[in-house]
Design a protein around this ligand. Structure first.
Ligand SMILES: [Zn+2]
Length: 252
């Protein structure tokens, strides 16, 4: 958690700004999706992807800009020594954006059609998949800008995951582990399609976000209960995550 109230407020505002950006992107994507026609899949998907690529790369820049402004304001609100400029990251290459969309979109539509769904339902499935990938690419602008800025900031120790309020079990698990320290080579922001998480820089004297501390307690309880009932007998990390998922779903 931020050391100051102003810092904590900036984190909340930044999270909301990124989620509002995501909502805008979803609305625009839904409009662009009308270019797609499952009856003429190849040609119309290409047309959709060309338009979506421009949208995604632009909005990636917006997400990065929001994060850069937040990073600098947060740092000054927290009274951190010295200065550190935000490190804006480049948008993903056009071909990567188009291929990512094609991979999930075409796959979403064709597997739904093969499963017997109507063309309209299959198209809807495709849009959901495309939206998940598109928002991951867009919000990567903010996440990667924050991670890069923190890495370049001599005073920063890492960052904490800021969940979107109803995180999936995976994000809740990662958040429960506390700050990701940049001194550890494995420190990178893991995000999945549809993920709404962002990050808060972590400095000496920062505290664990209250939500993340609660998730850490919930993780402990879930693992203890699962161990008692023998659910962890195989000892895989998947068992542990599944136990946590059930625990969160049960609202215990
Ligand atoms: Zn997430």
């Amino acid at each position: 958690m931020a050391r100051t109230i102003a810092g904590a407020q900036l984190t909340v505002a930044h999270r909301q700004a990124q989620l509002a950006l995501r909502a805008d992107v979803l609305a625009d994507l839904t409009r662009l999706w009308t270019l797609f026609d499952a009856g003429d899949l190849e040609a119309t998907f290409t047309r959709f992807a060309a338009a979506a690529e421009i949208l995604i790369r632009q909005r990636h820049g917006d997400s990065a800009g929001l994060a850069a402004a937040y990073f600098e304001r947060f740092r000054s609100a927290e009274g951190v020594d010295g200065t550190a400029a935000a490190q804006l990251v480049d948008p993903p290459p056009p071909v990567l954006v188009r291929e990512t969309l094609r991979l999930v979109g075409v796959n979403g539509v064709t597997t739904a059609a093969q499963a017997g769904l109507s063309p309209a339902q299959a198209s809807r499935r495709g849009l959901v998949r495309v939206a998940g990938a598109a928002t991951r690419l867009v919000l990567g602008g903010g996440r990667n800008t924050l991670a890069a800025s923190v890495r370049r900031d001599r005073e920063a120790e890492g960052w904490q995951r800021v969940t979107d309020g109803s995180p999936c079990a995976f994000c809740a698990m990662v958040a429960s582990r506390g700050p990701a320290y940049t001194s550890q080579r494995t420190a990178r922001f893991e995000a999945h399609d549809h993920c709404g998480c962002s990050a808060e820089p972590y400095y000496r004297g920062s505290r664990t976000l209250a939500t993340n501390a609660r998730l850490a307690e919930a993780w402990e309880v879930a693992q203890r209960q699962a161990a008692d009932t023998g659910e962890l007998s195989r000892g895989t990390s998947n068992d542990a995550l599944n136990a946590f998922r059930r625990h969160l779903a049960g609202g215990q």
